[in-house]
Write a protein that binds this ligand. Structure first.
Ligand SMILES: Nc1ncnc2c1ncn2[C@@H]1O[C@H](COP(=O)(O)OP(=O)(O)OP(=O)(O)O)[C@@H](O)[C@H]1O
Length: 261
């Protein structure tokens, strides 16, 4: 029996080398020794002030940015940064702005078909069926496959982005501020969709969110980040009702009184 967690992140460090002047580079360590685990069906929220490293960590998990050191394992198997084929069937990412993450020149069907063409041996007909099935899963119609992104609403675009993330049947979806551009009603529809599909498919989510109300609503566990380090972590309900670190207390305080019991 495989007793490894679904996702194990061990000792991730990330240093950027920023150019200062013509010849000099300055090292900036933006992630320091990040480790955590995630189980199937769980949602983990990454919370912290601006610049604390949340997006960088999300991008490292999704293979958009390489770590300087550290390891990511899925079901006990190490996923190297270069191993795009393996990773994209296990971990997929949804970005903040569907306006820039969806190619405006491609029809929705083509956008969704691309990962299937690149990563599977499915026939054209099987790919078309999978596209339609996945559109339905995110509450859209088969006809939407013929639309260009600019012909649909922002909420529908984010559903398409979600469908593209889902189409290879991954285990983990990383969402970086994926709801922040949506208005309140669209946001609650997309969030409910995510929760429904999590229940149905047993998906795990890693979400970067500044809205602590949303974090409390959707996440099981939380990592509080500050200057590239995890300063507090645990079950969301416990961390929010009994915050230990000053940074956590400050974040909760700044977000209003509704989280205090
Ligand atoms: N490509 C890059 N090159 C150099 N520095 C970078 C790069 N990407 C991020 N950084 C720096 O890394 C630090 C962490 O940034 P990151 O975007 O991960 O933080 P964040 O917690 O997601 O912030 P926000 O909530 O504002 O999105 C910041 O100081 C940022 O300037």
């Amino acid at each position: 029996m495989n007793s490894a967690p679904l996702l194990r992140v061990s000792g991730i460090n990330k240093t950027f080398f920023n150019r200062v002047g013509l010849f000099r580079r300055k090292q900036v360590q933006v992630l320091k020794d990040i480790s955590f685990t995630l189980e199937p069906g769980e949602t983990l929220a990454l919370v912290g002030e601006t610049g604390s490293g949340k997006s960088t960590l999300a991008k490292i998990l999704a293979g958009v940015v390489p770590p300087t050191s550290g390891e990511i394992e899925v079901n006990g198997e190490v996923i190297a940064f270069e191993d795009t084929q393996k990773r994209c069937k296990l971990i997929r990412m949804i970005f903040q702005d569907p306006n820039s993450s969806l190619n405006p020149q491609l029809r929705v069907g083509r956008i969704l078909e691309a990962p299937l063409r690149l990563n599977t041996d499915l026939s054209e007909e099987e790919r078309a069926n999978t596209v339609i099935e996945t559109l339905r899963m995110v509450g859209m119609l088969p006809e939407h496959a013929l639309f260009y992104p600019q012909m649909i609403s922002l909420g529908q675009k984010q559903r398409v982005a979600f469908a593209r993330a889902l189409i290879l049947d991954p285990k983990i979806i990383v969402a970086d501020e994926a709801f922040s551009m949506l208005d309140v009603s669209m946001r609650s529809q997309v969030v409910n969709l995510l929760l429904k599909l999590q229940e149905r498919l047993g998906l795990s989510y890693v979400v970067v969110a500044n809205d602590l109300g949303l974090v409390r609503h959707i996440s099981d566990k939380v990592l509080i980040m500050h200057q590239g380090e995890i300063v507090e972590s645990g079950l969301t309900s416990e961390v929010f009702s009994n915050p230990q670190h000053d940074v956590t207390k400050r974040l909760i305080q700044n977000h209003g009184h509704e989280y205090r019991r």
